[in-house]
Design a protein around this ligand. Structure first.
Ligand code: HEM
Ligand SMILES: *[C@@H]1O[C@H](CO)[C@@H](O)[C@H](O)[C@H]1NC(C)=O
Ligand SMILES: *[C@@H]1O[C@H](CO)[C@@H](O)[C@H](O)[C@H]1NC(C)=O
Length: 323
């Protein structure tokens, strides 16, 4: 009797414990978190994002990237938005961010619009999460149900920003390690990398690839070399589109480029270089809707990275500084 009890219920108990455990890492994030306190949040944010994209289409890419760089550094806690001061070092000047991340003025405008309607209620971390989604669908990509309830940090870490955000020189195994450290698996790495179907990169981020890599289409390399001199320090900030065809449309061209050896970053081409991720790149290159749904799911998972919830952290009044 005892043994049959065990064999019948042990899997159920195990499953229940697993559900409780997995759920507890982000138990308080939910899609209806602002249902009472700020029910129109998304319709407050959307016009501000759309206006910014109308003024400069690249801004959608820049805003999406802010959420990634926020989440990978001690969780999605708005830490990337804190300004440096004479007594405080934030993340804006960390190696992956300096002269690169942008869109902070737009975030200020969004926060101002939200504060006007829902004062003191919506965190800057949640604003980044919903802004990322609105940016993606505004450029033709998928939409998804954003989970809310993140709170804002009162601290930031330049050291963690330096080490947690992978550099464009990364190998496949380094990318896998960096994502796995944040609880994201290899299929999620490949899906999230599809974000590089929009936006721009600086010459300094792809110089090594276009001059030294051999797994690159030669005419593509030549084209990129024409606006990115080989000498370090010259033309470092010259821009090139991450997706050469449609850098302001969120489509699956990123994967088609990889298949044609036209990934702009060394790290991009690592996903299609004769290794274990090739088949997933091929699938996404051939099936835009498979990519869209994988990207949406992976964005929800990225948005779940170590949030501050409950009474941890705060709801910043101004995203640039702690209260
Ligand atoms: C897989 C590892 C990744 C690496 C190594 C990487 C690296 C980079 C680099 C070097 C740039 C160009 C920065 C510059 O030169 O100024 C860039 C741009 C960008 N990244 Fe990533 N990234 C990765 C993953 C992601 C993810 C997961 C997302 C979002 C989900 C993302 C979104 C973007 C966007 C949208 C841009 C263009 C930004 C703009 O035009 O302002 N990246 N990334
Ligand atoms: C982060 O990287 C930058 C640029 O390489 C460097 O100047 C800075 O000292 C680093 N900060 C920390 C805390 O490691
Ligand atoms: C290419 O590789 C060589 C040899 O490692 C190195 O000296 C050179 O600086 C590299 N060039 C670029 C543009 O990265």
């Amino acid at each position: 009797m005892a043994s049959s009890y065990c064999s019948t219920f042990k899997p159920i108990v195990t499953l229940a414990l697993l559900v409780i455990f997995v759920g507890s890492t982000n138990a308080q994030l939910s899609t209806n978190f602002y249902a009472n306190s700020c029910p129109n949040l998304e319709s407050i944010v959307e016009p501000v994002v759309k206006a910014a994209i109308k003024q400069e289409a690249r801004m959608g890419a820049s805003l999406l990237r802010l959420h990634f760089h926020d989440c990978f550094v001690n969780g999605c806690d708005g830490s990337i938005l804190l300004d440096d001061t004479s007594t405080f070092t934030g993340e804006k000047n960390a190696a992956p961010n300096k002269n690169s991340v942008r869109g902070f003025d737009v975030v200020d405008n969004i926060k101002a619009a939200v504060e006007k309607k829902c004062p003191g209620v919506v965190s800057c971390a949640d604003i980044l999460a919903v802004t990322a989604k609105i940016s993606v669908y505004s450029l033709g990509g998928p939409s998804w149900s954003v989970k809310f309830g993140r709170r804002d940090s009162t601290t930031a870490s330049q050291a963690a920003a330096n080490t947690s955000i992978p550099p464009p020189t990364s190998s496949l195994s380094q990318l896998q390690q960096s994502f796995s450290a944040k609880g994201l698996n290899t299929p999620e790495l490949v899906a999230l990398s599809g974000a590089h179907t929009i936006g721009q990169a600086r010459c300094t981020s792809f110089r090594g690839r276009i001059y030294n890599d051999t797994n690159i289409d030669s005419s593509f390399a030549k084209t990129r070399q024409s606006n990115c001199p080989s000498a370090t320090g010259s033309g470092d900030n010259n821009l090139a589109p991450l997706d050469l065809q449609t850098p302001t449309t969120f489509d699956n061209n990123y994967y088609k480029n990889l298949i044609n050896k036209r990934g702009l970053l060394h790290s991009d081409q690592q996903l299609y270089n004769g290794g274990s991720t090739d088949s997933q790149v091929t699938t996404y290159g051939n099936n835009p809707s498979t990519f869209s749904s994988a990207f949406a799911s992976a964005m929800i998972k990225m948005g779940d990275i170590s949030p501050l919830t409950g009474s941890n952290g705060e709801i910043r009044k101004n995203c640039r500084k702690k209260n």
